[in-house]
Design a protein around this ligand. Structure first.
Ligand SMILES: Cc1cc2nc3c(=O)[nH]c(=O)nc-3n(C[C@H](O)[C@H](O)[C@H](O)COP(=O)(O)O)c2cc1C
Length: 400
């Protein structure tokens, strides 16, 4: 048998603290430090614990050339360790054609930078409920959570960096007022959607066209490119919109993909009302304040678009994430101009979103969930509106 090491692998020496049960029984509760070597591969969700023999073996196998199993055994490596690493998917056999080998090939052929690939794979969530797992990160109406956080963590770093004494600063003239100012002032992240107001189809269409649609379709030196209302690294526009539609007039609740050139929705799956609500909740990791948005737009990166040009590139994955920010800000502004309100969240269950839309995370990666709709008449959940641009009175405290 000939073997190859998987393409992208990070070996992390991790220390965790656990309750020392023996000490607890003896009435002396204390935490025990546990140190392990963990293998995080870009083609596997699972982490694999390694011992010294496994570590040495992984270091001895090329990720590019094929190494004979007998050669490795002759060099003193343990056959059981070798079989265990193969079973875990960290070693791949020549001719292997199962899901693990295909997943490794997809990362390899996708021109991923190893570190970015491992980070992308292993920073995803599945089954996270922020109400319990990340309750302290939350936003509450009366600011009690923020007060507790302040007491526990002390004050945060200053809101703006000072690099010289105040007296040495060169004061600038005030910004010249422009037509955009009123719109910018009304951009407030929405955490109170009106569950009774569906979105007209024409409004959804305007949003999609202006934020995600192609303005022009042309060629640069023989390469087909799109012009959109947002900038994109390399002009490649890898980020596309996948929709969870809950309440849009004339559109069945369900999952859709937006085709940026044809300005059309591609229906993927119809959902009944209960299923669409349950998915909306799971997508945003149970942040209750986003669930009533009539539409969620999942920002999904087709990595092959960017990695076609930027192969194994240290900046490519970061650039894609930056692209997503531009789309979201434009969506906020277009929504505001249309009398709607928008949100973005990174606290999302990527795994469940991939399942729902049938996405391979290393080919089409979920970057963020956004959404928009009509704002409710009352602020039950805190929004950050210190200038009272949207709500009549200033909100009591800054949110998370
Ligand atoms: C990348 C990103 C991730 C965010 N994630 C969350 C989130 O998980 N939950 C949430 O309620 N708000 C989230 N927000 C919204 C911020 O909390 C919000 O922008 C901030 O409080 C400032 O309020 P403003 O947008 O109204 O100015 C996120 C914003 C950004 C840009």
């Amino acid at each position: 048998m000939r073997l190859q090491r998987c393409h992208a692998l990070l070996i992390e020496p991790r220390e965790t603290r656990e309750i020392d049960l023996d000490a607890l029984v003896a009435g002396q509760p204390r935490l025990l430090a546990r140190r392990r070597w963990l293998a995080l591969a870009a083609h596997l969700d699972a982490e694999t614990e390694l011992d010294a023999a496994a570590l040495a073996l992984l270091g001895a196998v090329s990720p590019q050339d094929w190494t004979d199993r007998d050669e490795l055994l002759a060099a003193g490596h343990d056959p059981a360790t070798l079989d265990a690493l193969h079973a875990a998917g960290l070693l791949i056999a020549q001719g292997q054609d199962d899901a693990v080998a295909r997943a490794d090939r997809s990362v390899r052929d996708g021109h991923w930078r190893g570190l970015s690939a491992v980070a992308h794979r292993h920073l995803r969530w599945r089954g996270i409920d922020t109400r319990t797992a990340h309750a302290d990160d939350g936003v509450d109406a009366d600011g009690a959570l923020a007060a507790k956080r302040l007491a526990r963590m002390g004050p945060p770093p200053p809101v703006a960096q000072a690099r010289c004494a105040p007296g040495l600063r060169r004061a600038l003239p005030p910004a010249q007022p422009g037509g955009l100012d009123a719109l910018l002032a009304r951009r407030v992240t929405c955490r109170n959607f009106d569950p009774a107001r569906p979105l007209p189809l024409a409004t959804l269409a305007s949003m999609l066209s202006r934020v995600y649609g192609a303005r022009a379709h042309s060629e640069v030196s023989g390469v087909p490119v799109l012009k959109k209302n947002v900038p994109s690294a390399g002009g490649l526009h890898p980020v596309e919109a996948y929709l969870l539609v809950r309440r849009v007039e004339g559109l069945a609740p369900g999952l859709y993909h937006y085709h940026a050139v044809d300005h059309a929705l591609e229906p993927l799956r119809e959902l009944d009302v209960a299923d669409s609500a349950a998915l909306a909740e799971r997508f945003v990791a149970h942040q209750a304040w986003f669930i009533e948005a009539p539409v969620q737009v999942v920002l999904v990166a087709r990595f092959a678009r960017t990695f076609w040009k930027y192969r194994n590139h240290a900046k490519a994955w970061r650039a894609i994430n930056l692209d997503a920010g531009h789309l979201s800000q434009l969506q906020y502004l277009v929504a505001t101009e249309l009398g709607l309100a928008a949100f973005i969240t990174a606290a999302i269950n990527e795994g469940e979103i991939e399942d729902a839309f049938g996405l391979d995370p290393m080919a089409e990666g979920v970057l963020a969930v956004t959404g928009f709709g009509h704002r409710a008449g009352a602020m039950d959940q805190l929004e950050f509106d210190p200038l009272a641009s949207v709500w009549p009175a200033p909100s009591p405290a800054a949110p998370a």
